[in-house]
Structures are given as C-alpha cells and as structure tokens.
Design a protein around this ligand. Structure first.
Ligand SMILES: [Zn+2]
Length: 377
C-alpha cells in the first residue's frame, strides 16, 4: 500500500513524511480515526514508506523488493496484529493463524471494519480479541534480529481489543529495539488501555473530505460524476460507507425522489404507496441511502431559503430541483418536520424494524405534513 492508495488525508501524509525526513517519526504511533477514514491503509502505507529502499519525498517507490513484499503483506519484518478468534482447540489465539485471510481481506476491502473482518473469517458471532499469546508473540518476534536487515514494523489494527494483557507490551513501547516502529490503528481511542495510550504519539485522522471521496469513487470504481457527488455528500467522511452506498444504488434514485415529491404535493396516494412498496423491497443500506438522500435535498432547500441566493453545492439536476422546492415557498417548519420524520424512520430501519410498515407510516406522515393536516396520534 502506498500513500497514493490511501484516499485523501493529504495533510497527515505530508506530516508523517516530514517527521520521517527530520528523523522525528516517533517509534510508537497511535493513528486514530472514525470508521472509513483510512487508519489501516494509512498505517500500512507508513510501514511501507519506512521500509522502502527507494522512497521519494512523497511516497514509497512501490516496486523495490521491500515494497513488493509489503504490498502482498508478506514481508518477514512487517508484523501484523489484528483481532482474531480461537483457531483450533489447544492452539494459541494469535493473528498468525489468520494471516492468509487477513491478506485477502485487506486486498479486497482495505477500508473494511472489524465486524466485516470477523464475518470474513466466519467468526461474526464470536468476540474477536488480541490475546496474551498474541502479545507474547509480538515481543518474541520484535526482539529478534531483522530478517532483511532494515527496519521492523508492527502494525496493530484495533488495539481496543487488547485486554489487560496489553500491558505486556509497555516496555516494548517505551524502549523499542533499534529500528523498530510500532503503529497502532484505532477507532475508539477511549477504549485503549490508558497505559498504552499515554506511551504513544497520537495522530488523529479527520473525516474524509467530500471531494476526496468523490474523486476516489470516480477513479477507482468508475462511478459517474453525478453519482459520485451524491454518494460522497452522504458518506459523512467515511470511504467505507461511500462504497456501501455506491454499491447499493445502481438505479437512478433521483427519479424516485421526484416521484416522492410529486406524490406528496399532487396528493397522489397511489404513487406514494407504490413508492413505499418499492423502497421496502430494497436492502436496508439502500433504504437508508434513499432516505438520507431525501433529507440531504430538504436540508439544502432549507439552507437555500435562509442563505438567499447563495449557490447550492450540488450537481446541476439536484440544484435545479432544490430551487424548485424553494420556489414553492414551503414553510421552514414543514421542511424541518419532514426531516424529523425521515430521520426517525432511518433510526427504526437501522434497528431492524419492520420495513414495509415503517415506510408506509413515513409516507403517511409526510403526506399529512405537506397537506397541512393534523397528524393523528
Ligand atoms: Zn520501495
């Protein structure tokens, strides 16, 4: 993994490279960032940068022997540690048992979550952890001489999964062997042992920029510009979420939204019922995405109303639609009530509520709001 393979996070990448060039890269680093911001890819790119034989001032070379091995996650001096479960009875629970699966997982879904990882190794009903055996193995391996003469790097994904056993690593974190770097990648730093947190230097990843997400979707998935802009706007800084939404919306959502508003404002109950049935047949992520998309357009209409003629940062077809909504002089209270209603529906759908009932109930409430009727309680 090169820095160039990591979506966005330009400032952080440059900061890390600067530290490296000034010999100031800490030996124990804690990268923290919410799901989908790229902690693991960045940790791996940093490991590759440290070990590359021909690094430049912007990235690792990607082709030297070290880069080639690290790209495949097969370098003997790169130690990967991640939550896992018992492999076989009487075998220690160590990451090494699942290294082949982990290589494949990172190749397929570098932005994947621990939940997805545990599903990947068919252990989703078990608690993943980083065991005492795993800590012993890390100590043993990092204390060995390097295999290939350069640096040794540990990338530990999600140190939140270390229990008290993690304290075994403290001495190593404080005084790592020569040319050894420890990179921890976390999402919830408050769940990491305080003893580890205080001995590492934290690098916080901000949510990804909308433009960076859209660019990555266009370049890597061949997504068209309009769809990429839509998906990126709703992904809340997470590339993982963007991929999920992108995957779940092949049809043109905008047509559905047009149908929704036509149904609401032209009092067309048949359209609304058929739309609610169509939507409740979709997968949960897809439903969520459709609803978030409507909220996004409504919020833009609200903003447009309050900020006067300021341009709306939307693809043209949607900007036109929002302008039409604004021209209808819908009261701000109505828009806010619609946003509330849809947001509540998302909440219930996320919690596995009966989707058909939820969708229909939502349509009825929206209809009441638009037609300015009292909502029956
Ligand atoms: Zn290289």
């Amino acid at each position: 993994m090169r820095f160039g393979d990591v979506v966005g996070q330009q400032e952080t990448k440059q900061g890390l490279i600067r530290m490296w060039e000034h010999n100031q890269l800490p030996h124990a680093i804690l990268i923290t960032g919410a799901e989908g911001t790229g902690g693991l890819p960045l940790g791996l790119a940093l490991a590759q940068y440290i070990m590359c034989e021909h690094r430049t001032e912007t990235d690792s070379c990607g082709v030297c022997a070290n880069c080639t091995k690290i790209t495949r996650l097969e370098h003997a001096d790169l130690h990967l540690s991640f939550p896992s479960t018992k492999w076989k009875e009487r075998h220690p629970t160590v990451s090494r048992n699942y290294i082949r699966e982990f290589r494949e997982f990172v190749k397929q879904t570098p932005y994947g979550t621990v939940y997805e990882w545990l599903q990947f190794i068919e252990a989703e009903n078990k608690q993943g952890n980083l065991s005492a055996d795993e800590c012993n193995e890390i100590l043993e391996r990092l204390n060995l001489k390097t295999y290939e003469g350069g640096s040794k790097v540990l990338v530990m994904w999600r140190p939140e999964y270390l229990g008290k056993e993690g304290n075994k690593l403290l001495k190593m974190i404080e005084e790592p062997p020569a040319n050894t770097f420890l990179i921890f990648v976390a999402e919830q730093p408050e769940d990491i042992l305080a003893t580890i947190r205080s001995r590492t230097q934290t690098i916080k990843l901000p949510p990804l920029k909308t433009n960076d997400i859209a660019d990555a979707l266009i370049r890597r998935s061949g997504t068209d510009t309009l769809q990429a802009a839509r998906v990126a706007a709703l992904a809340m800084g997470s590339y993982n979420r963007a991929l999920e939404y992108n995957h779940s919306t092949e049809n043109d959502l905008f047509e559905d939204v047009r149908k929704l508003f036509n149904g609401l404002y032209k009092n067309n109950g048949v359209d609304l019922t058929s739309l609610s049935e169509d939507w409740s047949k979709k997968g949960r992520e897809q439903q969520k995405f459709a609803l978030l998309y409507v909220v996004h357009l409504l919020e833009n209409a609200l903003r447009h109303t309050y900020l006067g003629n300021q341009p709306v940062n939307l693809p043209q077809v949607e900007a036109d639609f929002v302008s039409k909504l604004v021209a209808m002089h819908i009261e701000a209270e109505s828009i806010a009530a619609m946003v509330d209603t849809i947001t509540n529906t998302i909440y219930y759908i996320e919690r596995n509520a009966h989707q058909k009932t939820q969708m229909l109930a939502m349509m009825i409430r929206l209809h009441y709001i638009v037609q300015r009727k009292e909502i029956p309680v």
